[in-house]
Design a protein around this ligand. Sequence first.
Ligand SMILES: Nc1nc2c(c(=O)[nH]1)N[C@H]1C(S)=C(S)[C@@H](COP(=O)(O)OP(=O)(O)OC[C@H]3O[C@@H](n4cnc5c(=O)[nH]c(N)nc54)[C@H](O)[C@@H]3O)O[C@H]1N2
Ligand SMILES: Nc1nc2c(c(=O)[nH]1)N[C@H]1C(S)=C(S)[C@@H](COP(=O)(O)OP(=O)(O)OC[C@H]3O[C@@H](n4cnc5c(=O)[nH]c(N)nc54)[C@H](O)[C@@H]3O)O[C@H]1N2
Ligand code: SF4
Ligand SMILES: [Mo]
Length: 894
Amino acid sequence: MPDSDLTKQEDLFTNTTCPYCGVGCGVLAQMNEYGVVTVKGDTEHPANQGRLCSKGTALGETVYLDERLLYPEILGEQVSWEQALATVAGHFEKIIETHGPDAVAFYVSGQLLTEDYYVANKLMKGFIGSGNIDTNSRLCMSSVVAGYKRAFGEDVVPGCYEDLDRAKLIVLVGSNTAWCHPVLYQRIVKAKKINPDLMVVNIDPRKTQTSSVADLHLDIRPGTDSVLFNGLLVWLETADEHNAMFTGNFTSGIQAAMEAAKKSASSIEIVAAKCGLPINDVQEFYRLFARTERTVTVFSQGINQSSSGVDKINSIINCHLYTGRIGRPGMGPFSLTGQPNAMGGREAGGLANQLAAHMEIGNETHRHRVKRFWNAPVMAETEGYKAVNLFNAIAEGKIKAVWIIATNPVVSLPEADKVRSALEKCELVVVSDCVGETDTAKLAHIRLPATTWGERDGTVTNSERCISRQRPFLEPPGLAKPDWWIITEVARKMGFADAFPYTRPAEIFREHARLSGFENANERLFDISALSDITDRQYNALTPMQWPITRASPNGTARLFSEARFSTPDNKARFIAIEPRPPASACSANYPFVLNTGRVRDHWHTMTRTGMSPRLSAHTIESYVEIHPDDARLYAIRESELVEITSPLDKSIYVRARISDKQQQGSLFVPMHWNQQFSSQARVGSLIKAELDPVSGQPEFKHSVAKIRPWQANWYGFLISRHKPALKYAKYWARSRGKGFWRYEVAGHAIPQDWSEHAHTLLNHPGEKENWVEFYDKARSHYRAARIIKDRLDSCIFIYPGNILPPRDWLISLFQKDSITSEERANLLRGTPPADQEDYGKVICACFNVGEKTLLQAIQANDLKTVEAIGDTLQAGTNCGSCKPELAELLKLL
Ligand SMILES: Nc1nc2c(c(=O)[nH]1)N[C@H]1C(S)=C(S)[C@@H](COP(=O)(O)OP(=O)(O)OC[C@H]3O[C@@H](n4cnc5c(=O)[nH]c(N)nc54)[C@H](O)[C@@H]3O)O[C@H]1N2
Ligand SMILES: Nc1nc2c(c(=O)[nH]1)N[C@H]1C(S)=C(S)[C@@H](COP(=O)(O)OP(=O)(O)OC[C@H]3O[C@@H](n4cnc5c(=O)[nH]c(N)nc54)[C@H](O)[C@@H]3O)O[C@H]1N2
Ligand code: SF4
Ligand SMILES: [Mo]
């Protein structure tokens, strides 16, 4: 191909941003003439410099339309946009007229673009006149917002990613960076390679993939982090690691903070006992911290999702203030944001207790200022309901209409069954989503089809305050429309056309930028007013930039507080006196386990997108619980067995047991992702009591209590099918996507009279005689069948009496073929792979589809010693690198 053609090809790629985590990686994306989407990392983007993790790499597999919501619907009937918008606007107006503005609410999302967020917030707070707009960031970042505000007077992340390259000590607290912010994790691994002196401490009750980069792992007793950091503050004083110049000139409240720290954590022995850690480990961590000026403390949900999360955050910040380690390269407290635009939502004021552009709803001056700027008729006077209480208010009938946008609360909120019943009772539920059948969208009276990644156009802000463009490279399917457009149209229909004149995102962005600088006078650091007048062309060409972006710093600002001037009235940072509190739920004889929840490597939240990708679905095919071997023994639980987990809410889930000494004794870990669309009953949010941080309202997802027991079925099996089967008789099922098929793990109680009839029913072909080959061993209760249409394998089903099922990955290759041989038919009935074909085991490398068994064999056969050597031999780990920590573990196994 001549060079000019290559350039042309390159030009066809659109620069955009990954829609998953808060790392905010730049992506180049393109769809070819056959509809195949290609993505690659953007080497020019500062967040990733060309790297992508497994989720980013597989983005192309998630843009297809199988489960998309394509048309507006009222009560399940397709309607025109005109009708849908008029109905939403009319119904909202009617309820507001009768019951007042606080009888309606919006529940939005950190996955919206800043422009979407801006108009939603403006409509609710300035025009409907209620504070009742909250966001799923309440479940994610709200404690950080509150912690930063208490310490700095404003919700400001001081540092940037470059600090990770320049640090000498990185403390990862309550963060499974390797799986949740993989590109940053790779950056840390690289920094460690370049600078072997860089030390990494990981603080997490579980050993995770992140621990593999750590020099020291503290398996802290769940919920005790503020004791550990209070103890550190005391130790820093003892070790004379006090930056007295800094604290004296630029901070307040040191004395009270130190006194409180001494009350709860006066010595290492006390800290070690309270945190369940060896004295030596605590001492080593404290020594490392004390002697390393360039320390970055990275924290995430293990800190935030707690009934005392705000205090934990301030206990961390206190230590950075005490040592003056803030505002300079290679140091600072650094909260990683979860969602792609968690930060943008904070800027636009999407939380019920904020206004917009970092102003406060409780501050009269701010309210008047924003009212003038918006020319708003009825500004909200008080803060609205925070997420959990918003749904409580729906349950109590105080809120009569709710519009849910880009979030799935029936899965992701605590007491999720209560959320479901609240929505079932609510007079009007409107859901804007790109997917039709989410657990939440199923309950909507009105469903509005939104565009999503690949189609949408606007900006997002990542963990280091970097604003990037998401640009469209696909046409919206069906009648899908951008979220900002849908909200704008409803606002117009409610009579606010003058204030919502927007025809494109650039107009909204300019207004947002103007508001950030409006009567600012250096009062608020969030200021992007230098972008207030950018043209549409400049907006389209906007390159990634970190705020503040002002006339004084038109190209953005990497690090804040370099002059130690904070956003408090006296410009001093505040120490906060922390009195550690235990988690709200305590274990008891009935509920002896701490239930911890979080994420897996290749799934995103409620799986509406990653659940569509065969590559991403192969890594973890069903939900599970991680349990310590001693606990498993005590409760007679065996590896891979199904178990029932029950909480004091008297709700249960059914998941697979994974016995692991990485788990602390007395704790269970269950992933948050599985929902009613992907499993019979594994929605872990239904178990979790809504215990909230009193300051931020963030729920304690990391610490509820539960009991566990084996769950016996009378039959077990799996089925693989090109179609979605009917699962009438299966009490337990979990489905995952394969390339061209769905894969199900199933189990049931009732033993059918006739397995053949039962299998036909399961596979949705009752009574069908032709097309089937079957095998039944009555004595052993083994049943196997395959549905084959013109030599092409359509479905297969394997049923056994016990829980130990044969390897099945070899079967998957048969679904890649257009016809199968008679030998393969025989293998199907025998239930064993052909002699020359090994089962390759659980997928470890999603990019090149390399299984665990293949890896172990290659490591042994070739005496491979390093992750790089595995890559040279099998390619595994050489693309996105997300599996590298797992490869390192396999090397250790042998
Ligand atoms: N693959 C993947 N990546 C994601 C997401 C996803 O869904 N999938 N979601 C994104 C979002 S929105 C978010 S918010 C982030 C979350 O990113 P993370 O916060 O890194 O992820 P989690 O798995 O929720 O929890 C992190 C760790 O906190 C630990 N933990 C639990 N209790 C405690 C405790 O008391 N103390 C300490 N120190 N640690 C504790 C848990 O064991 C867990 O390993 O991930 C983002 N990235
Ligand atoms: N047990 C437990 N629960 C948790 C957590 C935990 O650690 N443990 N973590 C919490 C955290 S940190 C978070 S952030 C939440 C996340 O929880 P959710 O926000 O509920 O999860 P998602 O699956 O990301 O939901 C996003 C929805 O938006 C849709 N969507 C995608 N793109 C668009 C778009 O452009 N427009 C519109 N309108 N819709 C779109 C998707 O199809 C999906 O239905 O979960 C929280 N819940
Ligand atoms: S780390 Fe992965 S999921 Fe996060 S933004 Fe980058 S590519 Fe996307
Ligand atoms: Mo999150």
